[in-house]
Design a protein around this ligand. Structure first.
Ligand code: SAM
Length: 345
């Protein structure tokens, strides 16, 4: 499917927020973050407002730059970004051992790029859970265009309080989404509850690695850039995620930091990298987008505040590339965890 164009980007900025309110939403969003005096506890207490503002503001930029799947993938030499993104999704499906006809939950599904790919790859029915109304509207439209609307659906809800009965799903996965949870244990516990006994949960988590030094000012700056640029309350250490999984009752049966393919995951955002096929993500592509957004905002086709959104996305890009280069951060801490057949706790 072709990528969104300049006018889709401009008209989508702000999502479900009234276009006259976009600038004030940007200001309110920024105030949650360290660079504007915001604090972690406040971000956690107001996670629904912060994360929803973030996705209302950025979704059309994401679609413009990345396409339908809003996640990273490391690459093999010769592999395109698009191919690597699909392979990254297929890997999850294979790790979960998905079988035709199974009922699967995608936690924090974005506009459903991975959901459609995994459903077609594995012949399963995938429900996308998302708390952002605008993304669900986009996702339903794209499901209809792809022809998967009869087997795949969306539910608007918070992954900290899911509206599903216990033991509903044959498998659950989350791609770069549960990092938005104010508390990993609370989120994993909900996933555990809705998963059938004996079945698996797989995820790619955003984490600080063991190389992260909380007393290093540069490391802290990188972490804060990623938090403001990506709508995160706090980025957890890999070991905190593992502890939370075990505390929720899961048996962790596989885990890995997928950093080591020849082409690193952060390369598309690296200022020194140029690619025609993912041009819009490159420094030059982002320079063009910046000027285009500026012009569209000036003539009133993009709401006031659009450029400010691009500013914090630029901050994110810098933090992500530096965090990746220094290996203090990963967006793909992969784990596979099973809900035991009987809960012995
Ligand atoms: C980086 S996007 C990833 C989307 C998707 N997994 C993909 O790879 O394309 C994170 C997603 O998590 C969703 N999300 C964040 N917090 C949530 C919450 N509390 N409940 C449900 N969804 C949430 C966001 O709305 C967004 O769709």
């Amino acid at each position: 499917m072709s990528k969104a164009g300049a006018f889709d980007l401009a008209s989508g900025v702000g999502g479900k927020i009234d276009k006259t309110e976009v600038l004030s939403a940007v200001e309110k969003y920024e105030k949650y973050h360290v660079f504007y005096g915001g604090e972690e506890e406040e971000r956690k207490a107001n996670y629904t407002d912060m994360v929803n503002k973030y996705y209302d503001l950025v979704t059309s930029f994401y679609e413009f730059g990345w396409g339908e799947s809003f996640h990273f993938a490391a690459r093999w030499n010769g592999e395109s970004l698009k191919e690597s993104i699909k392979r990254h999704e297929h890997f999850l499906a294979l790790q979960l051992g998905l079988k035709p006809g199974q009922k699967v939950l995608d936690v924090g599904c974005g506009i459903g790029g991975p959901l459609r790919e995994i459903a077609r790859f594995s012949s399963t029915s995938v429900t996308g859970l998302n708390n952002n109304e605008y993304q669900i509207t986009r996702g339903k439209e794209l499901n209809r265009i792809a022809g998967v609307e009869k087997t795949c659906d969306f539910v608007k809800a918070d992954f900290m309080k899911m509206p599903f009965p216990d033991n509903t799903f044959d498998a659950v996965y989350a791609i770069e989404a549960t990092c938005h949870a104010p508390d990993a244990y609370g989120c994993y516990k909900e996933i555990y509850r809705v998963l059938k006994p004996g079945q698996c949960f797989a995820a790619y988590e955003w984490c600080m690695t063991d190389a992260f030094d909380p007393n290093n000012a540069e490391h802290q700056k990188i972490k804060a850039e990623i938090e403001i640029g990506d709508g995160l309350p706090d980025i957890r250490l890999t070991k905190k995620c593992l502890e939370a999984l075990k505390q929720a009752g899961f048996e962790v049966i596989g885990r890995k930091i997928l950093l080591r393919l020849p082409v690193p995951w952060y390369l598309p955002l690296d200022k020194n990298h140029f690619s025609l096929s993912s041009f819009r993500l490159t420094a030059l592509g982002r320079f063009f987008t910046r000027n285009m957004v500026k012009a569209l905002e000036f003539v009133g086709l993009a709401p006031k505040g659009s450029q400010r959104v691009q500013d914090f996305l630029e901050k994110a890009a810098e933090g992500l590339v530096e965090g990746g280069r220094k290996e203090i951060f990963t967006p793909m801490y992969f784990f596979l965890a099973r809900k035991p057949l009987s809960d012995s706790r």
